[in-house]
Ligand binder design. Structure first.
Ligand code: SF4
Length: 420
């Protein structure tokens, strides 16, 4: 089978000038970054660009998204980016490239903005919220917080071409405080991510005594409060997560990402030594899950398609637990991000650990859309009112649709007892 991959994350720097306390790369036991070269060699990028060209030719793809990532990608020198962009354009002039960089923003000044404008690289900055929350976790190696520098970079971005701000949700931040902060910083586009975690490792902010309670959905409660504020704000910023859910509920096709929806996950990661891997946020599941022997110096991109983890990740929204197949909001939720489904006992044969949150949030937004639209518009939508309780209670009934035994075997093959 051929896999359609259009997004390529290049870990061009393996080190970071911050030392965020929750970082899966540096502070969750995985020390493999120490064996990686500090920067991806330009020769590695040349080889990658050539193999990318060959892959796109064989797949008849006309475009590719290149994401410069790290570590912290701004640890590289400005002329590194000039050379990288030139390599891609010279190697594959027939391809339409979209270049993006995801940075912590602490050294992002006007010179960088001007350079990225010239090179047509769109910029995303990560922040953790208002100063007191941000500075608790996003700290320099000397322990000092990085909020001041990041806030400056965001404000400067408003006069330049900042594409958006990325925030990993911290439910201990009061929603009003966060929203006011984003408005004060002038954020035009906000992208929200659910924190890493799975069934054996609750994410930050969760009340573990309530975790298995049927009514406990703290992330949904937090998101719903934010959604209400956002909806009534006439000058609201774009919030990609909400916009995606609204579009999917309204029936728009081809929407989704690794977190929600039913699309395939066409993303590959190139590590700084040339290793080709599946997205590294899966590393929060268990040590070595993304590791393999595939390297761009010796292999083609297609060699990753033989890898078990890649095969499951690519079709993660189709290869779901039986409960998801029978869930009324499956087409919107898609069973969640693969990494959030993991448990030692079942491998990936679970709904996402955010299942209750997704049910409550999707039900809320769907019902809100139904209430907000005139009757004629509602009649054209193929959706109806749904309730959290009905869906959650439905999970206790016998499943009508049965899971394909081959899919179940594949999901369960990542169980702790079967890991090599
Ligand atoms: S809400 Fe739960 S059961 Fe439904 S698709 Fe998502 S993870 Fe699966």
């Amino acid at each position: 089978m051929m896999y359609r991959v259009t997004s390529f994350v290049l870990k061009i720097a393996s080190r970071c000038n911050l030392n965020c306390s929750y970082c899966y790369m540096y502070n969750m036991g995985d020390q493999t970054y120490l064996k990686q070269p500090k920067f991806m060699a330009l020769e590695t990028i040349e080889i990658f660009a050539q193999k990318l060209k060959e892959y796109c030719e064989s797949m008849k793809l006309e475009f590719a998204q290149i994401v410069f990532h790290g570590g912290e990608p701004l640890l590289a020198k400005p002329d590194y980016y000039e050379k990288c962009v030139a390599i891609f354009k010279n190697t594959a002039p027939e391809l339409e490239f979209t270049f993006t960089i995801q940075t912590n923003g602490v050294t992002l000044d006007q010179n960088w903005y001007s350079l990225f404008k010239k090179l047509n690289i769109s910029i995303g900055i990560s922040i953790d919220g208002p100063e007191k929350y941000h500075d608790e976790y996003r700290i320099f190696h000397n322990g000092k917080g990085s909020y001041t520098q990041v806030a400056e970079a965001i404000k400067l971005g408003n006069k330049n071409q900042l594409a958006g701000v990325l925030l990993v949700v911290n439910i201990s931040i009061p929603v009003e405080e966060l929203y006011t902060e984003m408005k004060n910083l002038g954020v035009a586009r906000l992208n929200l991510l659910l924190p890493d975690g799975h069934h054996d490792k609750p994410p930050f902010g969760i009340d573990e005594t309530q975790w298995k309670n049927k009514n406990y959905a703290p992330f949904a409660d937090w998101f719903i409060s934010l959604y209400k504020l956002w909806k009534k704000d006439k000058e609201r910023p774009g919030i990609y997560f909400f916009e995606t859910l609204v579009k999917m509920i309204m029936g728009e096709e081809g929407i989704g990402n690794q977190l929600v929806g039913r699309r395939t996950n066409g993303v590959i990661v190139l590590e700084s030594d040339g290793s080709i891997e599946v997205v590294d946020s899966l590393r929060a599941c268990f040590e070595g899950i993304t590791r393999n022997e595939i390297n761009i110096h010796n292999n083609t991109l297609e060699d990753l398609f033989e890898n078990d983890t890649f095969q499951l990740y690519y079709k993660a929204h189709d290869k779901v637990a039986e409960q998801c197949l029978n869930c009324p909001v499956y087409d919107i939720c898609g069973g969640g991000f693969l990494g959030h489904r993991y448990s030692e006992e079942n491998g990936f044969d679970n709904p996402t650990m955010y299942c209750q949150d997704m049910v409550r949030l999707i039900a809320y937004i769907q019902n809100d859309i139904l209430e907000s639209l005139p009757d004629e518009a509602v009649a054209e939508l193929n959706i109806e009112r749904i309730t959290y309780e009905e869906i959650i209670n439905g999970f206790e009934k016998e499943n009508e649709l049965k899971i394909d035994p081959e899919v179940q075997k594949e999901l369960a093959s990542f169980k702790k007892e079967l890991q090599i």
